[in-house]
Design a protein around this ligand. Structure first.
Ligand code: KIV
Length: 326
């Protein structure tokens, strides 16, 4: 058990200050006003909460979780149920950012009605405010939009196409391919997409597409001219155990930080330096053995056990731990 977070409702907030919720139309407005959109992936409560409190505009529960959280080789195996599980955790943490859930491979590649039904699950069962689908799936984007589900498109290097692409390669490197990409982006926008992720494309192509679209582009490995940028959280903080890609900027070295913390903890346990007396709970004074008295917990229970213990079984009564500051 950890007491590191009170329920979201108990989060401190400044009285009288209401933070406007980021919505899909609000992202469009940011583009019109020339305000850059910050986006980041998150897959659990704690990192989503940090991202939201840091003012990130869009939090994506990316299917990259297959790799960075579940340790899979690529994104293909992650399931709808796994994505729902993580989306729920993120949703609980986020008050301000737009929460977008990635639809995993296979969940939108069959009949449109099945794909819409899968997308509905993300909204109904996990609280997603939009879904993201990879590729120029214009009919699907139209159907999702008609079903009142905001959609983020994803073009360029689409990781779910890894087998077709033969690896993770920068896309649209020729003028013709860049034109094709632009046509796909325009078609998605016409079909109702609220934003488009452009991944692994030349800066020039991303810039042209961004200028041509009325909806925002969110770039990853697509240069600085997109309307916003997104990174995978684990890349940002160096937790992905992968060589650093050219487009990644590491803002922290969480691997080194966590490794050192875990090593110091292990050493302290091995040297009996943790926990200290100050980090221990004590009997109410009447039942506490004099300092230095050797004796077991059970020994100390004989006589005035106090309300904290089940003296018969000499186990801690959990109810007594409600006041954790003692
Ligand atoms: O799954 C993911 O993390 C993504 C981002 C890279 C855009 O799709």
């Amino acid at each position: 058990m950890s007491l590191t977070h009170p329920p979201a409702g108990a989060r401190p907030s400044q009285p009288g200050v209401t933070i406007p919720k980021v919505t899909m139309p609000a992202l469009g407005e940011m583009k019109r006003q020339g305000k850059p959109i910050s986006a980041l992936t998150a897959y659990d409560y704690s990192t989503a909460r940090l991202a939201d409190e840091a003012g990130i505009d869009l939090i994506l529960v990316g299917d990259s979780l297959a790799m960075v959280v579940l340790g899979q080789e690529n994104t293909l195996a992650v399931t709808v149920d796994e994505m729902l599980h993580h989306t729920r955790a993120v949703r609980r943490a986020v008050h301000r950012a737009l929460v977008v859930a990635d639809m995993p491979f296979g969940s939108y590649h069959g009949a449109i009605s099945d794909s819409v039904a899968n997308a509905v699950r993300f909204v109904k069962e996990a609280g997603a405010e939009a879904v993201k689908v990879e590729g120029p799936r214009v009919e699907l984007v139209r159907a999702l939009t008609e079903a009142e589900i905001p959609v983020v498109g994803h073009l360029g290097l689409t990781p779910q196409s890894v087998n077709r692409m033969g690896g993770y390669r920068v896309q649209a490197r020729t003028a013709d391919a860049a034109q094709e990409l632009k046509a796909d982006a325009l078609a998605l926008a016409r079909a109702g997409a609220g934003a488009i992720v452009l991944e692994g494309v030349p800066r020039e192509a991303a810039a042209q597409i961004t200028a041509a679209l009325s909806i925002p582009t969110i770039g990853i490995g697509a240069g600085p001219d997109c309307d916003g940028q997104i990174l995978v959280f684990h890349d940002l903080v160096n937790l992905s155990f992968a060589p650093q890609a050219k487009f990644v900027r590491r803002y922290a070295d969480a691997s080194a930080l966590f490794r050192s913390a875990i090593e110091r903890y292990r050493e302290d346990v091995e040297h009996r330096a943790f926990p200290s007396d100050a980090e221990s709970y004590h009997l109410a004074s009447s039942g506490r053995p004099a300092t230095g008295t050797a004796g077991t917990f059970a020994d100390s229970m004989s006589g005035d056990a106090g309300p904290d213990f089940d003296s018969e079984n000499a186990v801690v009564n959990r109810d007594a731990f409600e006041d954790w500051d003692r």
